[in-house]
Design a protein around this ligand. Structure first.
Ligand SMILES: CC(=O)N[C@H]1[C@@H](OP(=O)(O)OP(=O)(O)OC[C@H]2O[C@@H](n3ccc(=O)[nH]c3=O)[C@H](O)[C@@H]2O)O[C@H](CO)[C@@H](O)[C@@H]1O
Ligand SMILES: C=C(OP(=O)(O)O)C(=O)O
Length: 437
């Protein structure tokens, strides 16, 4: 188990460049399976989950060539479909959440797709019904092996477009169905589609490969199936969750930080949500400038004066992946906030560790926590903790960097899943952080 030692209480300063988006990369990498031509992808983050998926693709027979930092070419012209029946596939496929998105492209192109129960964060139930209901609508036969927790879909005669209203706007579910539908016969209409920037990017990439998808950016996608897709070049957006993490880091450590080249237009309500906590998020060209909040930050009020409530919602709502960060920075705000994590039922339990550090939080139920901010009148105290999931992990790291004394965070593999070379990048802006093993 990897461990960070963090000496907190130091101001940071300087510039930080966000990595490419983890959740976009996972979709885009799966899309390389849709063509036998070469696909070049730039700005791929060097993080554990993405490297696991690249390794899975290699084992499936994709030719992978590294062209430079973050740039790779992929060619899926001689796949080894037998790998899908192997023990190795069960290990590779179960190692991350994003692997689920190989099913759609494999089904669309080869008429069959399998996957063991995918990995990813243990943050509550993470059903896959939306994915498979979508494939069934496109004409696939579905089977599930309960003992082995192995999912399979087959359509030996190909897929046929249909209208579908998704039960929920699932991010990976929508990506999976879109990737199957681009090669189906006829028209597929997906209503209640997820429309995160990750999906907008995926649809744009697929269109540049020859697909015909309209409605991109909305929750109504229309896909005219095509016979074949070709190669393309695609560049992954900066990671909006990393950008939000650095906003939180700057505020909580009262540091002046510039986050470079954020692609502001794709950040949706993220800047406005941090501003609700009184944090100054300034747009400077395409950078975000966070001044040192020397006098702290004050939670804004609603018009009727009721307590500030920050909750998650499918895009264009506020992403659930940033709520843990909102929660940690609320512990030092002037005022109180109700954090409501609507989507996942086990993502707030990490507040125990913050309470240990001296934060004033009432965990009302698994979905809601009330945070009463200290306004920096009392500093959090260093402690030893274990990172339960990726976003709780980065939130605890932010708490440790703001705390008095030296903290230890175990299980940092969770953080490495999604944050590239984090200690070097944080050290470069003045953080005292050491990887112990
Ligand atoms: C690899 C990847 O891309 N992972 C992201 C993806 O996971 P993933 O695609 O697995 O998440 P889904 O969008 O399927 O669903 C997330 C959770 O929200 C619930 N739900 C979803 C939509 C909805 O309208 N109502 C609702 O209640 C689901 O039941 C589930 O518990 O999207 C999540 C939601 O943004 C993010 O936290 C994950 O980081
Ligand atoms: C929950 C997340 O990731 P995953 O879906 O890969 O578990 C996340 O990125 O916050």
């Amino acid at each position: 188990m990897g461990t960070f030692q963090i000496e907190g209480g130091h101001r940071l300063s300087g510039e930080i460049q966000p990595q490419g988006a983890k959740n976009e990369a996972l979709q885009i990498l799966c899309a390389v399976l849709l063509t036998d031509e070469k696909v070049t992808i730039n700005n791929i983050p060097d993080i554990v989950d993405v490297n696991k998926l690249i390794n899975l693709l290699r084992n499936l027979g994709v030719k992978v060539e590294k062209l430079g930092k973050g740039s790779y070419s992929f060619q899926s012209d001689a796949l080894n479909l037998e790998y899908l029946n192997s023990e190795q596939f069960k290990i590779d496929g179960g190692g991350l959440r994003g692997s689920i998105m190989i099913v759609g492209p494999m089904l669309g192109r080869f008429g069959k797709g399998f996957i063991p129960k995918p990995g990813g964060d243990k943050i509550g139930r993470r059903r896959l019904d939306t994915h498979f209901e979508g494939f069934i609508k496109l004409g696939a036969d579905f089977r599930y092996n309960k003992e082995e927790r192995f999912y399979g879909v087959e359509a030996p005669n190909g897929l046929k477009g249909d209208y579908m209203l998704l039960e929920e706007a699932s991010v990976t579910g929508t990506a999976n169905i879109v990737m199957a539908a681009v090669l189906a016969k006829g028209t597929t209409t997906i209503y209640n589609a997820a429309c995160e920037p990750y999906l907008q990017q995926l649809c744009q990439m697929l269109n540049s490969m020859g697909a015909n998808i309209s409605g991109v950016g909305s929750n109504l996608l229309t896909i005219e199936g095509v016979e074949k897709l070709g190669g393309c070049e695609h560049t992954i957006l900066p990671d909006m969750i990393e950008i939000g993490s650095w906003i939180g880091l700057a505020a909580m450590t009262k540091s002046e930080i510039t986050i470079k080249n954020v692609n502001w237009d794709m950040l949706g309500v993220i800047p406005a949500t941090f501003r609700k906590l009184g944090i100054t998020v300034e747009q400077k060209g395409d950078d975000i400038y966070i001044p040192a909040h020397k006098d702290g930050y004050e939670v804004q009020s609603f018009i009727d004066g009721s307590i500030m409530n920050i909750s998650d919602a499918p895009w264009p709502g506020f992403t659930p992946d940033l709520l843990s960060i909102i929660l940690v920075i609320a512990t030092q705000a002037r005022g109180s906030v109700l954090v409501h994590q609507k989507m996942f039922e086990s993502r707030l339990f990490f507040v125990d560790k913050l309470i240990d550090m001296g934060a004033k939080i009432i965990l009302c139920d698994p979905h809601r926590a009330t945070v009463i901010g200290h306004d920096f009148k009392s500093q959090l105290k260093a402690t030893t903790m274990t990172s339960p999931d990726i976003r709780a992990g980065i939130s605890l790291l932010i708490a440790a960097l703001s705390a008095k004394g030296t903290s230890i965070i175990h299980n940092i593999e969770q953080i490495d899943r999604g944050y590239e070379d984090i200690e070097a990048r944080l050290k470069a802006i003045g953080a005292k952080i050491t990887r112990l093993d």
